[in-house]
Design a binder for this molecule. Structure first.
Ligand SMILES: [Zn+2]
Ligand SMILES: [Zn+2]
Length: 93
């Protein structure tokens, strides 16, 4: 099963992307002279069925991790009934 990623992307108020080179203080103040500050945070999962945007980074980040966790759970499950039966047999012996 494919691994999905949902990078958290910050945008400036004018809609342009705030690149990782724009460092910020822990309170969110821009340290880069060209950075007007982060206005909107957006995360889009590579699975194509999930995306979220908003102004609160911690919220987007939490929801992002929660969504990615649903992919991880699916990845760790056996790939179908045959694999599941094999797993159960191994457990029983
Ligand atoms: Zn920036
Ligand atoms: Zn996803």
């Amino acid at each position: 099963m494919a691994r999905h990623r949902a990078p958290l992307i910050a945008h400036h108020k004018d809609g342009s992307q705030c690149p990782p080179s724009h460092k910020h203080t822990t309170s969110g103040k821009p340290l880069h002279p060209d950075c007007p500050g982060r206005y909107l945070f957006e995360s889009v999962c590579t699975c194509g069925t999930w995306k979220l945007s908003g102004g609160i980074k911690s919220y987007i980040n939490d929801e992002r991790k929660r969504h990615l966790a649903t992919h991880r759970t699916a990845d760790e499950l056996p790939q179908g009934p045959a694999a599941l039966r094999r797993l159960l047999r191994l457990d029983a012996s």
